[in-house]
Design a protein. Sequence first.
Length: 289
Amino acid sequence: MDADYLPFHPNPSNPAFKVPLGAVDAHCHVFGPAQQFPYAPERKYTPCDAGKNKLFALRDRLGFARNVIVQASCHGRNNDALVDALNTAGDLARGVAVIDPAITDEELRHLDAAGVRAVRFNFVKRLVDSTPKSVFQGIAERIAKLGWHIVVYFEAPDLEELIPFLSSLPTTVVVDHMGRPDVTKGINHEDFQRFIRLMTEHENFWTKVSCPERLTVSGPPYDDVVPIARELVDLFPDRVLWGTDWPHPNMKSHTPDDGQLVDVIPRIAASPAKQQALLVENPMRLYWG
Ligand code: 0GY
């Protein structure tokens, strides 16, 4: 692993908040182990191994029933570690893959049979080399036929340029980590309002109200991120998802405690009905429906 890489928390606290029965952690990853599933040569970071058994142990410890496992950039377009985790989990996990445009129909069917239900388009420059939008368009048309959707990861300053492309996508589009707002600018800033308009004008857009640990300036317990996430849950209660983002790659400021992250949930989804939608109904509809 990289010399400055912060490994995941070895012993997260038990959250005070009890997630509802059937709750889904809708954004998490598996990394390696590298000996079995080597990291991609084109990767921008080398993480600490964080394999499927550790992920499933965390799921059980925090009280979640299911996972949506998202292919991370350190594994490039080789989804073997993801598929292996999905095969082990059976119906308890679904996957989001990153695919090569040259993928065959047979390989797509193989991913679908393993439980993949979406592809991820990553626009974050520190994580990936850029992919032409025409390539993403081609992938979008192919995966739409399988009934899959698209997960996009970008940072707030890039949203304006991306809007025409994102709006043209033919499937449900899930935006990772609330479009990575600068939380110091607050809810009323044009950048966050632009994201709200995108969600308002396009009913096929969803977002993950996740990653306070990445967006925070003040640090745990993430008071500065709560109002932003709560606004999205209040405005779009049936189009929001939540995930731990375990094992939290590329953290620099602190090692997140997953129990503490779970305790953010009742602060952003204040009623049992909103918690049920965020953690059970929405992810079940999108990934198991
Ligand atoms: C996340 C966030 C990050 C990394 C990746 O694919 C990835 O490597 O998604 C990040 O560094 O912000 O969702 O895990």
